[in-house]
Design a protein around this ligand. Sequence first.
Ligand SMILES: *Cc1c(COP(=O)(O)O)cnc(C)c1O
Length: 489
Amino acid sequence: MFTGTRGNDGKNPEKVDFSYAMLNPSAGFGGLYSPEILPKFDKDFFTRAAKKNYKELALEILKLFSVDVEEGVLKEALDLYDKFDDKNSPAPLVKVKSDLFVNELYHGPTRAFKDMALQPFGYIFSYLAKKRDEKYLILAATSGDTGPATLNTFENKENIKVVCLYPSGGTSDVQRLQMVTAAGKNLKVIGIKGNFDDAQNALKSLLASETFKEDLKKQNINLSAANSVNFGRIIFQIIYHVSSYIELLKRNELKEGEKFYITVPSGNFGNALGAYYAKKMGLPVEKILIASNINNILTELFTTGVYDISKKELLQSVSPAMDILISSNVERVLFDKFGAKRCKELMSELSCKRLYSLSKEELEALREDFDAVYSDDEFALKTIAEFAKKGYVLDPHTAACVKAYRTIKQKDIPCVICSTAEWTKFAPTMWNALQNNKCGDKEALENFSKTLKVGIPECISSLFEKEIKHTDVIDKSQIQKYITDFLKG
Ligand SMILES: *Cc1c(COP(=O)(O)O)cnc(C)c1O
């Protein structure tokens, strides 16, 4: 069962099944549904898992959470991993140094790790909506990767409409084209004049607006979300951390029970939370190393115990998916460690004072599982160039992990870095790292690909010829009207 991170407000049910939490992700007092008790891997789990493929392992883990969806449907959802580059290994683990491995999570249809969860998530979500004969509007605000992955998974799905807000001018051309060429009739993509925070805030105020909800109710439409506040995403983000450990065992890089590090480039903390849950369930993880960029709020939290955004402004970086100040899924760790009462207290301090401070003991408890470090654009560019020269291509987000590997990994044991995007999504940055030369996406893709002899997948190269379906770029104040019109039309 799942329960709210801030306790029960009497308006939302106190304990819910997986399917309820997926369709209605927001819990009492604005909290998030989280596992009431985390399941544990039994002592033979990893031995059994070593004989399974990725999809079979995924099914085992879903069963541990007593997911209330028919097994046949779960299997069909997991079959979507067959679309990834290597159907036997949707998230391959690549060795780049004796103690450094990269878990490549970007081999899905939109070339970012969001597909790992959103592909099966979208299938199950629309199955549930259809089965219940309910209609859903999914609102997404994106800095560039969630949008394409959400649009892809819900394209032409019955009972679902998606509105995706992106900051106009704030994404790469590839990311923008992935969205504005989305063809499904149930999809609407809107550029917002402003940055990602503006798009996100616009979405939040819509989600909180009673008139908007009333309006939807009249049309029998429920509102939901597909970002990582939805536990239905997090559950799929536990699996690949487990599969990377099993790979290390199979390759004799580790013996059963020996520990390893996981390093995650973090933004909204969904990926890192998946690693935390896996650790709590019994995966032998030494520590989860959080890599952030100059928006280093997570590094501050895990090193000082203070989460203070009162004087911070969002800065732009070459790793835009980590440009974030309010990292939603930290809340689920606070809940798991300190309980709903304390979690609610900390979250209300954050919203009133834009700041909370953990006690010394609380910080120590966090540091049992986490450490963190941040790096800047210069480090990302240097690291991309350095690795590229040695023959391995890292995107700017993944490059931030190298700093964690070099500076806060303390023990001489293997370290798995989560690679969250293919280089093709950030080609201008990649080319600039290599040649100190700025150009647009198309040219940068070609240049980088030729110079390093790395291929560009068809789904990316074809974007430049595809028909543009969505041209609206609007002011924040117009969003509600646009969405209402789309729903009517
Ligand atoms: C979404 C994303 C991240 C951040 O992941 P979180 O789960 O939100 O912490 C990092 N890198 C890339 C490329 C992403 O798309």
